[in-house]
Design a protein around this ligand. Structure first.
Ligand SMILES: Cc1ncc(COP(=O)(O)O)c(C=O)c1O
Length: 368
């Protein structure tokens, strides 16, 4: 059976290809999900959420959850919020709603793989906007030069996967003013180190904000995300979402509501998650400096260290590390051509795993 043309050029993600090389002896620093376990209160909230009805909700999500998501924002919970089956489904809904064949979509390079893939699925042209080490800041003037009459959508991801870089408020304001639709993927916004990253929420009517509980609450498998956008855009998004997911899991929606309602617990939980990642970040940066003899600018958010390595072809480098040194890291090329020469080391792992995984890489490099 011939696959549909829209998927013909789409490969299984490199992240999955590397993870397929894992053995029980591997140290996995390739992973993109928090190594945070639910506490007793979160489990209690989940038990309580499970007692609520299991019927479909409104396509856009229960109004009670939408009210909590719109709280403190300029968006109307009735018409300007859509709860999705994770941020990924939100992205798919946005692309389905607005991107046509022949459109241009501006994506960060290096950047989250899904953006370029979704653009390709829609038949659009992927236009990378390059980010430069060591700080990986968005050069808005360079970005502006890439905007053409065909530009439909600009993707912004702060804090960034795979860079951990954060864009400041002024940069986000300027991007919002460029003209095309902007999808701001803020799924890592709660994972920060020195100061909370700025949001694009409410910056302009052409901005769509995507977020979710996967990273902040280690709920990757519960598939709970959301989109905030003006009503004129949201109508089309909800239409797409209706044919993709019908509605997000009502169990996950009920749990999300409880999470937001228990404000004291939630504030403590988020502070705990940040403290854990800060410790893991320090362990990763220390091991990278001492074992790999390179300095990586401390990521301002998320839980990835995008690390330069002495290899021309980082795909075979990462595959060799997986098989010969039993440590999984993601080749930078998985995130765009600008990722060549780098690997993404995830520090969503215990300090012991981080230290021993990076030691293994160092030992392997020294043996070459
Ligand atoms: C930048 C970015 N956006 C979106 C997602 C998807 O997250 P979710 O689990 O909410 O679908 C991920 C997951 O790794 C991500 O890194």
């Amino acid at each position: 059976m011939q696959p549909a043309k829209r998927l013909a050029d789409i490969d299984l993600s490199l992240i999955r290809q590397i993870n397929a090389l894992a053995t029980p002896f591997s140290v996995n620093l390739g992973i993109g999900e928090p190594n945070v376990v639910p506490d007793a209160r979160l489990r209690e909230m989940a038990r309580d959420a499970a007692t609520t009805p299991w019927h479909y909700s409104h396509n856009a999500g229960t109004l009670s959850l939408r009210k909590r998501l719109a709280d403190g924002t300029p968006y109307d919970p009735k018409t300007e919020v859509c709860v999705t089956a994770g941020t990924q489904e939100g992205l798919f809904a946005v692309f389905t709603a607005f991107v046509n064949p022949g459109d241009e979509v501006l994506v960060p390079d290096p950047g989250f793989l899904s953006y370029a893939t979704l653009a390709k699925i829609c038949g659009a042209t992927v236009v990378p906007y390059e980010l430069e080490p060591p700080h990986w800041a968005i050069d808005v003037e360079a970005l502006e030069k890439k905007v053409t009459p065909k530009t439909k959508l600009i993707l912004v991801n702060s804090p960034s996967n795979p860079l951990g870089a954060v864009a400041d408020h002024a940069t986000l304001e300027r991007i919002a003013a460029l003209g095309p639709l902007v999808a701001s993927d803020e799924v890592y916004r709660q994972i920060w180190y020195d100061a909370q990253p700025a949001s694009m929420t409410g910056l302009s009517d052409n901005v769509l904000v995507l977020n979710g509980l996967s990273k902040s609450h280690a709920m990757t498998g519960l598939r709970l995300g959301w989109i905030l956008a003006r009503e004129s855009l949201m109508k089309t998004i909800v239409k797409a979402h209706q044919y993709i997911a019908t509605c997000a899991s009502v169990f996950s929606q009920a749990l999300a509501e409880r999470v937001f309602d228990d404000r004291d617990w939630n504030a403590l939980w988020l502070a705990g998650v940040r403290a854990q990642f800060a410790e893991q970040r320090n362990a990763a940066l220390y091991a990278i400096e001492h074992e790999l003899e390179v300095k990586v600018a401390p990521p301002a958010g998320a839980f990835y260290a995008f690390t330069p390595v002495p290899a021309c072809d980082t795909i075979s480098f990462a595959k060799t590390l997986a098989t010969d040194a039993a440590v999984l890291v993601i080749p930078g090329l998985a995130f765009g051509t600008r990722g060549q020469g780098f690997v993404r080391i995830s520090y969503a792992a215990s300090v012991e795993q981080i230290t021993s995984g990076i030691e293994r890489i160092g030992r392997w490099l020294r043996a070459q």
